[in-house]
Design a protein around this ligand. Structure first.
Ligand SMILES: [Zn+2]
Length: 65
């Protein structure tokens, strides 16, 4: 059984959403639907990955090279 996960990443802040057309973080409306990998930030203040990627909020963020 194939499971298709529909995700898209905000082009401005990289925040990933499953549905909707507006980024809840920055209110952006431009999304990239080709996500190859992402990070899940639980605690942005303590996360080293969050620091390196410039993320300041918890959630899923696309890694876009
Ligand atoms: Zn955004």
């Amino acid at each position: 059984m194939d499971v298709v996960i529909l995700m898209k990443a905000c082009k401005t802040c990289k925040f990933i959403i499953d549905e909707g057309m507006v980024c809840p973080l920055c209110q952006g409306t431009a999304f990239d639907e080709k996500i190859t990998s992402y990070v899940f930030i639980v605690d942005a203040e303590k996360s080293q990955a969050a620091k390196e990627l410039g993320i300041t909020a918890p959630g899923r963020f696309a890694i876009i090279k």
